[in-house]
Write a protein that binds this ligand. Structure first.
Ligand SMILES: Nc1ncnc2c1ncn2[C@@H]1O[C@H](COP(=O)(O)OP(=O)(O)OP(=O)(O)O)[C@@H](O)[C@H]1O
Ligand SMILES: [Mg+2]
Length: 249
C-alpha cells in the first residue's frame, strides 16, 4: 500500500500512513451512523493495550481529513493517553469541566491533522482528561458527563471518545449508555475470544449499540507463519473492520 504523503512525521502516528484501513473504518462507521445527525461514539476493548487510543486518534484524523468537524475526547481518566499522541498539554480538560473549575471552551485544544483533498488544512478539537482525580468512576458516572457530551456534539459532526477497557473499568458502561454506539477494538491473535464475547455481551446488556468490531494489529499470515508484507499494508499492520452488529436500537 502506498504511503500517505500527508501523514504526520511522528513515529507513533506512522501507521496512520497506512490510511486505507482507517478510511474503510471511516466509511463503515459513517454508514452505520447515517440515521443520526451528530453522533457520539465510544471506542473501547475488552482488555488493555489493544489499540483503543490508536483507533480513536486515527479515526478522528481520517474523518477530519474528509471534511468532518470532529471532537476527540479522552475519558480514560486513570491512564490518559490521547494528549501524548499530539504532544499537547493535559493540565486542563474533562475533569475541570465536570468539576466546574473551567468552562468547556477553555479546555478544548485545536490540533492540525494534515491537508484535506482540496489542500485545505484540517484540524480536530481535542478534550484531554485534565489532571487526575481520586474517583474517576464516580465523577464520570454523575450526570454531568452526559451534559458534556451533548454540549460537544452541538459543535461537531461526530464526537469520538477514547474509553477504558470495558471488562476492567465500570465507567465505560456508564458512558456507553448515553452515546450513539460503541466500536469494539480487538487485538488480532491476542485477545481471547471469550473475553471479546464478554465485552460484547456487556455492551449489549447495557443497551449500548455495538457499531462494529475493529480487528487491530492484524498481520495476514502467509504459509509457515511468515507474514505477507505485500497485503494489508506496508508493514502488515492496520485495523481490519468486522461486520457492524447492532442490538437493534
Ligand atoms: N494498528 C497498529 N499497528 C501498530 N501498532 C499499534 C497499532 N495499534 C496500536 N498500536 C500500538 O500498540 C500499543 C497499544 O496501543 P494503544 O495505546 O492505542 O492501546 P489502548 O487500547 O489505548 O491501551 P490502553 O488500554 O492502555 O489505553 C501502542 O504502543 C500503540 O502504538
Ligand atoms: Mg489508550
Amino acid at each position: 500500500m502506498e504511503r500517505d504523503p500527508l501523514a504526520p512525521d511522528d513515529a507513533r502516528l506512522a501507521y496512520a500512513s497506512e490510511g486505507e484501513a482507517y478510511r474503510i473504518l471511516r466509511s463503515n462507521l459513517t454508514v452505520a451512523l447515517s440515521d443520526l445527525e451528530r453522533p457520539t461514539v465510544i471506542v473501547t476493548s475488552a482488555d488493555a493495550g489493544e489499540g483503543k487510543t490508536a483507533t480513536s486518534v486515527n479515526l478522528a484524523r481520517s474523518l477530519a481529513l474528509a471534511g468532518k468537524r470532529i471532537v476527540l475526547v479522552d475519558l480514560v481518566l486513570r491512564h490518559p493517553d490521547v494528549h501524548h499522541w499530539y504532544g499537547i498539554d493535559n493540565s486542563v480538560g474533562v475533569t475541570d469541566v465536570l468539576l466546574d473549575r473551567r468552562p468547556l471552551e477553555e479546555c478544548l485544544q485545536q490540533v492540525d491533522v494534515g491537508l484535506g483533498p482540496s489542500q485545505t488544512q484540517r484540524s480536530i478539537y481535542i478534550l484531554p482528561t485534565g489532571l487526575a482525580v481520586p474517583n474517576p468512576a464516580e465523577l464520570l458516572g454523575a450526570g454531568r458527563t452526559h451534559q458534556l457530551l451533548v454540549a460537544l456534539a452541538r459543535e461537531a459532526d461526530m464526537v469520538i471518545i477514547d474509553t477504558p477497557p470495558v471488562l476492567l473499568a465500570a465507567e465505560t458502561l456508564v458512558i456507553g449508555r448515553t452515546v450513539a454506539g460503541a466500536l469494539l477494538v480487538v487485538e488480532a491473535r491476542r485477545t481471547p475470544i471469550p473475553a471479546v464475547q464478554r465485552a460484547k455481551d456487556a455492551l449489549i446488556r447495557n443497551q449500548t449499540r455495538l457499531l462494529g468490531v475493529v480487528i487491530n494489529k492484524w498481520r495476514p499470515q502467509a504459509g509457515g507463519g511468515d507474514y505477507d508484507y505485500g497485503y494489508g499494508s506496508a508493514y502488515g499492520y492496520g485495523p481490519g473492520v468486522g461486520p457492524a452488529q447492532s442490538n437493534g436500537r
